[in-house]
Design a protein around this ligand. Structure first.
Ligand SMILES: NC(=O)C1=CN([C@@H]2O[C@H](COP(=O)(O)OP(=O)(O)OC[C@H]3O[C@@H](n4cnc5c(N)ncnc54)[C@H](OP(=O)(O)O)[C@@H]3O)[C@@H](O)[C@H]2O)C=CC1
Ligand SMILES: O=C(CO)COP(=O)(O)O
Length: 289
């Protein structure tokens, strides 16, 4: 809608579309993927089987991690299309609010600054403010890792733990995200921007967030299977949490909140037990300077 409102010709495709992927891709300048993580690799390979101009820019909006490789979606697109520009689009962008034309801001990030600038122009409007950023990995990880913390925030509200608890959770969640992101090679300051702190604030405070909803309902005693069966749309944090635990173990990174979310999702502990585990950890300095 945003690109069409700016006068661009936009074609949509999903696996249930009547139009073929080949027809939709004919002569395109930009391909934007907002596919759930589970479908990214498969769809990227399908796209690869059709002719595209070498100038075609790929934009990825998916917020997830590949369970097999722990790769981010942009890394998958870049591997399959090594000679194309890939741009990550991520920010506090609850889609229902954008559909209602409420004001929002986002970030477009690429190793190729010109590509990010082209994409910035395509989407910018008086209702949608688009910033460029040179750290695509950080932008992508911010949007992806915050989903795990959004599940925890839903639990926090579901248990009615109060505003202090929520502030502590989100702040320590950000510390955890930065720890993982830095180890991966992303820049600290990116996580203080829209795609990190910004998206954390949006999703940890809104029932519109599917990840928040998962946590809220887990706190109410529902099982993950029941919740996912009735959830509208994808809650990427569920898969991301599993991949993140795997990566944190490999890299020896402390991720206490993610660990409790993981155990809760597995059904190994209750929400109250997860809270106690976090509160009763060994006392320590806020930062290791
Ligand atoms: N960048 C940003 O600012 C934002 C990004 N997101 C991210 O965008 C992604 C999509 O979110 P959202 O649109 O809300 O989710 P939805 O669940 O509403 O849509 C997911 C889409 O992915 C398709 N899909 C799922 N699995 C496959 C597959 N195996 N092969 C092909 N297509 C598949 C679905 O197709 P079908 O309908 O056929 O099932 C559907 O079109 C998520 O990763 C989410 O985290 C979300 C909000 C903001
Ligand atoms: O990432 C989002 C908004 O920026 C959407 O959050 P959910 O995937 O939790 O709904």
């Amino acid at each position: 809608n945003l690109a069409a409102a700016n006068g661009h010709e936009v074609r949509l495709w999903s696996r249930h579309s009547s139009q073929t992927l080949e027809a939709v891709l004919k002569d395109v300048q930009i391909v934007l993927s907002a596919i759930s993580m589970t479908g990214v690799r498969d769809v990227a390979y399908q796209v690869h089987s059709f002719p595209l101009s070498p100038e075609t820019i790929f934009i990825t909006a998916t917020k997830g991690l590949d369970p097999q490789t722990t790769c981010t979606p942009s890394q998958i697109w870049q591997t399959i299309f090594p000679n194309h520009a890939v741009v990550v689009l991520s920010g506090p962008n609850l889609s229902k609010e954008i559909e209602q034309e409420l004001p929002a801001a986002t970030v477009v990030a690429s190793n190729i600054p010109k590509a990010a600038e082209v994409v910035q122009l395509v989407f910018s409007s008086h209702r949608f403010r688009v910033y460029t950023n040179p750290d695509p990995l950080g932008v992508e990880l911010g949007g992806t890792l915050k989903n795990v913390i959004a599940i925890a925030a839903g639990v926090c509200d579901g248990l009615q733990l109060g505003t202090n608890a929520k502030a502590a959770l989100v702040t320590r969640g950000l510390t955890e995200i930065i720890r993982v992101g830095n180890d991966w090679g992303a820049k600290t300051e990116t996580f203080y921007g829209l795609s990190g702190l910004g998206d954390l604030l949006a999703t940890c405070n809104s029932p519109l967030s599917r990840n928040y909803q998962v946590g809220y309902q887990l706190a109410g005693g529902k099982t993950l299977t029941e919740i996912l069966a009735n959830l509208q749309g994808t809650a990427e944090g569920v898969n991301t949490c599993r991949v993140l635990i795997q990566r944190a173990k490999q890299q020896n990174i402390a991720v206490p909140i993610t660990e409790q979310v993981y155990r809760l999702l597995q059904g190994d502990i209750t929400a109250r037990q997860a809270l106690d585990e976090l509160m009763l950890r060994d006392i320590k300095p806020e930062y290791n300077y």
